[in-house]
Design a protein around this ligand. Sequence first.
Ligand SMILES: *[C@@H]1O[C@H](CO)[C@@H](O)[C@H](O)[C@H]1NC(C)=O
Ligand SMILES: *[C@@H]1O[C@H](CO)[C@@H](O)[C@H](O)[C@H]1NC(C)=O
Ligand SMILES: *[C@@H]1O[C@H](CO)[C@@H](O)[C@H](O)[C@H]1NC(C)=O
Ligand SMILES: *[C@@H]1O[C@H](CO)[C@@H](O)[C@H](O)[C@H]1NC(C)=O
Ligand SMILES: [Fe+2]
Length: 469
Amino acid sequence: MGVLARDLSCLVLVVVCLILSVSELCNCGITSSYLRNDDLSLDMPLDSDVFRVPPGYNAPQQVHITQGDHVGKGVIVSWVTPDEPGSSTVLYWAENSQLKGRADGFVLTYKYFNYTSGYIHHCTINNLEFDTKYYYEVGIGNSARQFWFRTPPKVGPDVPYTFGLIGDLGQTHDSNRTLTHYELNPTKGQTVLFVGDLSYADDYPFHDNNRWDTWGRFTERNAAYQPWIWTAGNHEIDFAPNLGEPIPFKPYTNRYHVPYKASDSTSPFWYSIKRASTYIIVMSSYSAYGKYTPQYKWLENELPKVNRTETPWLIVLMHSPLYNSYVHHYMEGETMRVIYEEWFVEYKVDVVFAGHVHAYERSERVSNIAYNIVNGLCTPISDQSAPVYITIGDGGNLEGLVTEMTEPQPSYSAYREASFGHGILDIKNRTHAYFGWNRNQDGYAVEADSIWLLNRYWSPSERSSVAAQ
Ligand SMILES: *[C@@H]1O[C@H](CO)[C@@H](O)[C@H](O)[C@H]1NC(C)=O
Ligand SMILES: *[C@@H]1O[C@H](CO)[C@@H](O)[C@H](O)[C@H]1NC(C)=O
Ligand SMILES: *[C@@H]1O[C@H](CO)[C@@H](O)[C@H](O)[C@H]1NC(C)=O
Ligand SMILES: *[C@@H]1O[C@H](CO)[C@@H](O)[C@H](O)[C@H]1NC(C)=O
Ligand SMILES: [Fe+2]
């Protein structure tokens, strides 16, 4: 090749690169210009209505439920009695039945620095019927309290189901607005996928665990009636050797139980459930996750078990996002991304939900898995096998919103806005799901951002690529 020809081909390459990089820069991502009141919201005072203690001696409080088995026929009911252990039994009956079942649980207490918890009860009800409304009762005598829940439909590929998405909730007036908006959203969420950072009690001197109790009372109005699927965040760690508390996650693990053994997990921080048409994998950003660790080995065994013919929708929850273009927590999820992103693409995860960043962001379908240290291929590229990454850490805690964003908006970021709110994932059938994000300042039915999600395994374009393999 002559010198001129080589220069020419080099020039062509430069021009191609320029066009590519220009198209990189002029991405179509939206940074919302919505203007909000950025006053820092304080936690609701201790005498607020939402923290009221139910009347009656030793009355159960902080009642909350979560899925109790792998398929949705089990429910874990948890509650606290303040004065004495009382009873750990749950009575339950189907809506149209007089026949009462009973399940016996157990009670525990824990100490944290100079705080002693109330009597924390956990009781698993098993072998319920699918798609059935059940009433249940906890407590005894005049202090007994009744609630209800509805079990999900039998696991199957075209079962519609709606999930609420809430993260980093805390207990401020904004938190109360987020919960109220979720409750009044006309697309009724049937189960909450909670992406970590619950009470923010650790922001108080001595990690004042009374703020775990107030949070439990605040969220009872929803969490006693529909399951909240728990993910551990950094505010659950409560690691304080200076207070004589060197064991991480002590308050969280005593208060919030999850059905991790049902998915052969050895730890409550990572586990899976099936619910309706979804397979939900919960991961822990704050447990060891490198190669050979228990979490890694569990996920390595877990992903091949997902049968997309049975559960088309594969959803991953974690606290720290893998794709985040805010300045706050920028790249904190990077080590986890390097380890797990390849699997998320290989197994065609539909959506990864995360919290941590106190704002909202939705990504394009991108992956960044070609880099091998020497090849320089370290820019995310469009990838239709990749999940959509959604950051929903905008529940409204006392730390406030994060508003500072990296500029220009990277091309992987499709929409970002620093407002408090919640999301709803509305699964229609095996191919279609609709995700909407609602900001607290708008009416209950207003979606500030929304997207149709086409299932990565079943949508027509994906089917043809699967068939071609
Ligand atoms: C715990 O210790 C802190 C700091 O000394 C104190 O303010 C608080 O009243 C104590 N609480 C209890 C229950 O003793
Ligand atoms: C919290 O929201 C509920 C429902 O909207 C309302 O009834 C209650 O008064 C609010 N409480 C506080 C302290 O804002
Ligand atoms: C996947 O699920 C479908 C529907 O339940 C079932 O017919 C099929 O046997 C399952 N495949 C495997 C490999 O278990
Ligand atoms: C799945 O749901 C979408 C959106 O509601 C609808 O357009 C489509 O026809 C449905 N597919 C089937 C097979 O019912
Ligand atoms: Fe966090």
